[in-house]
Design a protein around this ligand. Sequence first.
Ligand SMILES: [Ca+2]
Ligand SMILES: [Ca+2]
Ligand SMILES: [Ca+2]
Ligand SMILES: [Ca+2]
Length: 366
Amino acid sequence: MMFRSLMTLCLAFAMHALVGTPTLAADRGPHYEEDDDAGSLPGDSKKLEGNGPLRSITGALTGGSRGGDYQDMYEIYVANPSEFVLRVAQVSAGFDTQLFLFDASGRGMLGNNSSNVDGQGSINAVLTNAATDETGVVLNKPGSYFIAISGFPSRPGNSAGPIFDFNPDTPFEVSGPDGKGGAYPIQGWYPEGDTGSYYIELSGVNFLTPSPGACCYPSGSCEITDANVCEDAGGTFGGSGTSCEDVECSTGACCFLKEFCYWECLELSEGDCLQEYAATWYGLGSRCEDIVCPDPCVGACCVDGGCVLTVQALCDAQEGVFHAYKMCDDIECQPNNDDCPGDINGDDAVNILDLLKVIEYWGDCL
Ligand SMILES: [Ca+2]
Ligand SMILES: [Ca+2]
Ligand SMILES: [Ca+2]
Ligand SMILES: [Ca+2]
């Protein structure tokens, strides 16, 4: 009952606070910053579409906290194979990185763990365009490829075994696919590895050129257009190469809070979406597979002098004070003494200090 009655109170706020703006592919470059997590395999990798050179990528391997982020894979376009270099230029302290290149079918081509820069060994990976082991692999064809970063010792493999063999006698090797699974496409990574944030510099690499796809206009009609034409017209672009049969222009992805700490995404009309609790609607033709609903259950909420773990929308609906990513043990809530109305700061007296608290928060509540 309580939960339902909070719905109307909190709806307007939640819509405001929880909307994520999808990145416009056409605006990217020359830097790319990982937004929602890049996947680990070609199927859930980030396709980096845009115009011109791709010079740097920042991102993070966050580990187990969001359902397993131990690798990030990106699909890119190698424009100039002879200049191809990926370099881990900066990392969070102590983060031991590895870099890999896969062809368009997911077969491993090149991998590196440690680099040797001017005679200095470094745990930062640098991937050049040619293997230095006996495989003799050289990247020499322009085209679309997958690149991936992982933390040591997480390596790509398949049911036949690891794709790359890093010889311990040659720690700086750029390896070709000389592992037992080297002839087959990647299926997974073994084991989990190091985590941290990274900054990769790229050379010889461009964004993938976006191709036209299905555009859902606000009227509900569908047409094949370029992404920027679609977005300029207020439409939702279904992705490069999609057809109007692939998209449903009468509905859009809708993230809503199904129960405490549990978000669900369904494709609904705008009206149906906004009937749901703490809902965000992502526009006609948007699909749940492209949407990441907000973080579930991630904060301590001080309400009525006590502390509960909940999402921000619920905390605000109960006029609590929200502390994102904190556990109740991490914070001290101001006590609330019901026998002493007016005691804002909870020191069992109503005095100038309480007035100052009120003045501190003076003005319209947003
Ligand atoms: Ca990531
Ligand atoms: Ca990832
Ligand atoms: Ca390394
Ligand atoms: Ca090797």
